[in-house]
Design a protein around this ligand. Sequence first.
Ligand code: NIG
Ligand code: FE
Length: 408
Amino acid sequence: MKPVSTHPSADGLWTGLRRASAPEEDAAIAVTQGTIRWVGARSALPAEFAGLAPHAGGGALVTPGLVDCHTHLVYGGQRANEFAMRLAGATYEEVAKAGGGIVSSVRATREADEDTLFAQASARLEQLLADGVCAIEIKSGYGLSLAHERKQLRVARRLGEAYGVTVRTTFLGAHALPPEYAGRSAEYIDRVCNEMLPALAAEGLVDAVDVFCERIAFSLAETEQVFKAAKALGLPVKLHAEQLSDMGGAALAARHGALSCDHIEHLSAEGIEAMRRAGTVAVLLPGAYYTLRDTHLPPIDALRAAGVPMAVSTDHNPGTSPALSLLLMINMACTLFRLTVPEALDGVTVHAARALGLQDTHGAIAPGMPANFVLWNLREPAEFAYWFGQQPLRTVVRQGRIAIGASQ
Ligand code: NIG
Ligand code: FE
C-alpha cells in the first residue's frame, strides 16, 4: 500500500471526458483544493478555470466515485467449508442451525487481534478500491461483545485513515445471538442497547445502527428496541430486512426514518409504501441472492413504480456474499434483477451515497463536492454491465488525490 500522502493532487482541469450520464458530450471537470468547482460541456467552461493545470482524460467515460453501501468487511477466517455444505444440499438456515453461519465467523473474529483483522481486511479493501470504490460502509456484527465489536469498528476506522477512503461504520451488535447467550435473547438485546451501543457511540465508533431482523436472528420487537436505543443517541438506523421471509421489518424501519432497508427479497407492498413515504433507500444485494441460489426476486418493478431509490452493493461477508467487486454487482443487478444500466449506475453512486447519509459529499460529480470520480476505458455506458471479470478502470480520483492510475 502506498501512503496516501504520496498520491498526487487531482487539482487542475480534467478534459477529454464523457460523463456516463451524458456520453455524447465532451465534458470537463475543474478541481481546486481537492474540491470540484465546475463540471459541464468543455465548450461552456468559464474562463476562470481555463488556466488550471491540465489532466487529459483521453476520451474516457467518467462516473462519480463508487459507493459500496453495505459490507461486513472486517472478520476473521472464512467459510468456504459452509459453501461446500450448501453445494451438497444444505440450506443457509440449516448451516446456521448446525453451529455454522454467522457464529462461526464470530469465533474466528474473537480469536483474531486487531492487527490481524486489519491486515486481512486491507487485502479485501484493496480489491474493492481497484473497482473505483471511494466510500464504503463497514458493519460490525462478528464480535457480539463490547470488546470484540469495538475491535471490529476500530479496524474499520483505521482502514479509512490508511487508505484515504471514506468509511461509514455501522454497529450491528444485533446480528446473531452469541453462543454464551443461548436462550437469552432478551438479555442480549438489553446489553446491546444499554451497554454496547452507548459505549461504542461515545467512542465515536458508530455512524449508524443496523439489525438482522429474521426468523434465525432477531424479532420485530427486538429490532424496535435497538432502534429506540439508536434514536436516544441521535444515530440513524438501517435494517437487514425481509431477506428470507416477510417479517414486516421494512415498514418498522421506515417508521423510524431508516436510511435504508437491505436485501428485501420478501418485501411487501406495505413495506414499499412505508419506504416511499420515509425516503428510505432499497439496497439490493445480488451477490447474496446469487450465492444462496435464491429464487425469490426482490420486487423491483413495484419499487421502481413507487419511485423508491434503489442502491446496489456487494454485501461482502464470509457467509453469503464473498464478493469483492462492485462492478460485478452492477452486472448481476442487471442480469438477475433486471435493473437498467443507468439504474445500476445510480445504484452504486447517488443512491448508495444516500443509503449512508453521504448524499452531500459522495455519489455525484457536482460543484462543492470533494473530488471523487473514476475514469473508465469504456466506450458506452452499457459496457459497465456487459463485461464481467474485465477491469476497465483507468484512473481513480479519491478525496482530491489521484489514488490509482496516471493523470498524464
Ligand atoms: O448480509 N443477513 C445477515 N448478514 C449477512 C450474512 C452474514 C453471514 O452469513 O456471515 C448478510 O447476508
Ligand atoms: Fe449484510
